[in-house]
Design a protein around this ligand. Sequence first.
Ligand SMILES: Cc1cc2nc3c(=O)[nH]c(=O)nc-3n(C[C@H](O)[C@H](O)[C@H](O)COP(=O)(O)O)c2cc1C
Length: 186
Amino acid sequence: MNETLKTIFERSSIRAYTDEPLTENELETLAKCAIASPTARNIQTRRFYFITNKELILEIERETANEIYAMNDELATERLKSRNGKVIYDAPLLVVIAVDKSNKYSAVDAGIATATLCLGAKSMRLDSVILGMPRLAFEGVRHDYFKNRLGMPAELEFEIAVAIGHKAMEKEPHEGDLNHVVVVDA
Ligand SMILES: Cc1cc2nc3c(=O)[nH]c(=O)nc-3n(C[C@H](O)[C@H](O)[C@H](O)COP(=O)(O)O)c2cc1C
């Protein structure tokens, strides 16, 4: 199996990280992965906020948790508690992908960038987890504060985030089902 396929098949969501920071070289390579991802009509309106400030990452985590508790959603609250209140899992890098939602392909573009980042990270012996939950911090009662903190212009909105770092746990890749692939040859 070639190295690219190995990277694809070995990736899994890692929900615990060591405190080892990423090197400047790793951050630069991940930034290049992000901008290498394609966009519809090559419009490139998505923006990547590479957050390495520990305190800010914790602030986003705490606000996301506050929003979850405020929702009174029993399932979400139980899941958060089972993860010790962690949403970003101590990762040293949080990449927030922000998009202009007036572009109908913005979510697809952000999804492609997300996969590119996760696979790029895995190929560099780093691990990752895709994070939808921090949306709550960027769309909740303190949305202006967090957008301003990142320097995000008004026309951009949080779409998805990726936490990246050195893993502090093991997790097997999820089971796939080849029946989800339908071959149509007639
Ligand atoms: C759009 C999207 C949003 C996700 N949001 C979260 C999240 O907020 N927190 C989390 O721990 N995992 C999140 N995940 C990770 C999924 O739970 C995970 O990918 C799935 O369980 C399959 O496991 P695997 O990534 O190990 O193959 C998200 C994944 C996707 C694709």
